[in-house]
Write a protein that binds this ligand. Structure first.
Ligand code: MN
Length: 442
């Protein structure tokens, strides 16, 4: 199967930065830009130079320092914006001016207060100016998905004639649906004159949670550039998430005959860097980069994972740069997972010992959602003390042995959360229910 090369256009530093709480200073933007370079994106939209001196300087600095990817800067369709964008970009190895103008009637009438004819003229003359400065010019008809189709084609014809080399089709308000967006891209390919020499891009917002699905639909219709952000940050509900688009293509390569230059092992580091810089955390269940994205708690899932990760994993955590699949220990966990975690902490138990550890573990897990390593260590310590006290009379004497490394590890000794919560372990013997490993797993 012939696989099409898809350009990844990252707008974390422009559209992403427009999300509440995600402003970054120049040093922070530079760190993100360098990580995007390591990640292998094709285009970095570094900012909107007319917006502020800070934005201008950030674009200029990134253009000077990051030389492999194309560096793009945003400009409205007017002379000061385009000249300012070019001023910031001109030191770039591969500069791109990205100019945009709204084309939907609702934007023309209420926001821009111009006619359709004025819109076409303004778009074409802006692209002509940009082209006189820079060979690589991208045009976006803002709110394309709510624009009259025939008028959209007129605008696109005009900007292609004026020299645009990329036509980006934004679903600015996150309104479209996958089949509709696919039809729109197909129509553009059929009707715009000279489209064969132009790259079509998709820029989707996530207001209905469809940004990634819409982006993939556009690729199937012939778009060859995707616009996206790390962690899906961006205006309102955000932009299409870079990591989700890339991994959907990669995991479902059988249905997506597309390749990118993304080094997927850099996805998680990029996500972590961004949330560290912005202090905006990633939702725990976020696909690919959320902290639970590779966590398995249900016993049957954990057991399957330990036997063969392919039972419940469609991609490995390592493939996206997550250090290890996390088995979350909670009340749904089974003995197998518990034994593995204990071994990782330096303790190996025989079956009978493990049963005792497991009984105590279940009591604690019943009361706190997730049993952390420190909880588990506290539990093992208590059990040891209990066993030592009763060494002469109990049937479970010094059976809890340290792992082959020899001496017991020194415990970090924070107060055991179960103790803090006044739970104690005295109730351990009240818990008589036999826990089957697979009880909650189905
Ligand atoms: Mn946008």
């Amino acid at each position: 199967m012939d696989r099409a090369r898809i350009a990844v256009f990252d707008t974390t530093l422009r559209d992403g930065e427009q999300s509440p709480g995600c402003s970054m200073n120049m040093r922070e933007k530079m760190r993100i830009a360098r990580q995007l370079d390591r990640l292998g994106v094709d285009v970095i939209e570094a900012g909107f130079p007319i917006a502020s001196d800070g934005d201008f300087e950030a674009v200029q600095a990134i253009a000077a320092a990051v030389r492999r990817p194309v560096i793009a800067a945003l400009a409205r369709c007017c002379t000061p914006d385009i000249e300012r964008a070019w001023e910031a970009l001109k030191g770039a190895a591969r500069p791109r001016i990205h100019t945009f103008l709204a084309t939907s009637d609702i934007h023309l009438k209420h926001k821009l207060k111009i006619t359709r004819e004025q819109c076409i003229e303004q778009a074409a003359s802006a692209v002509r100016l940009a082209k006189s400065l820079c060979p690589d010019v991208q045009f976006s008809p803002e709110d394309a998905t709510r624009t009259d189709r025939d008028f959209l084609i007129e605008v696109l014809n005009a900007v292609v004639a004026a020299g645009a080399t990329t036509l980006n089709i934004p679903d600015t308000v996150g309104y479209t649906l996958p089949d509709e967006f696919r039809e729109l891209i197909t129509m553009i390919r059929q009707r715009v004159r000279g489209i064969e020499n132009v790259t079509i891009a998709a820029h989707c917002h996530n207001d209905l949670g469809l940004a990634v699905a819409n982006t993939l639909a556009a690729l199937h219709a012939g778009a060859r550039q995707v616009e996206c952000t790390i962690n899906g940050i961006g205006e309102r509900a955000g932009n299409a998430s870079l990591e989700e688009i890339v991994m959907a293509m990669r995991v479902r390569a059988d249905r997506c005959p597309f390749d990118t230059g993304i080094v997927s092992e850099q996805l998680y580091p990029a996500s972590q860097l961004l949330s560290d810089i912005t202090k905006v955390s990633v939702q725990p269940n976020k696909a690919i980069t959320g902290r639970n994205a590779f966590a398995h708690e249900a016993g049957i899932h954990q057991d399957g994972m330990l036997k063969n990760p392919l039972t419940y994993e469609i991609m490995t955590p390592q493939s996206v740069g997550v250090p290890d699949s996390r088995l979350v220990l909670g009340k749904h966990s089974g003995r197998h997972a518990l034994a593995i975690r204990c071994a990782q902490l330096g303790y190996e138990f025989e079956r009978r010992e493990l049963d005792e550890v497991y009984r105590r573990f279940v009591v604690v897990a019943d009361r706190i959602k997730t049993v952390q390593d420190s909880d588990l260590l506290g539990l093992i310590r208590e059990l040891r003390e209990h066993a030592a006290r009763n060494a002469s009379s109990e049937a479970i004497p010094s059976t809890i042995a340290a792992a082959p490394s020899g001496a017991m590890r020194p415990f970090p000794m924070p107060l055991h959360p179960a103790q803090e919560a006044g739970l104690g372990l005295s109730s351990v013997h009240e818990h008589h229910g036999e826990q089957e490993d697979y009880l909650w797993g189905v």
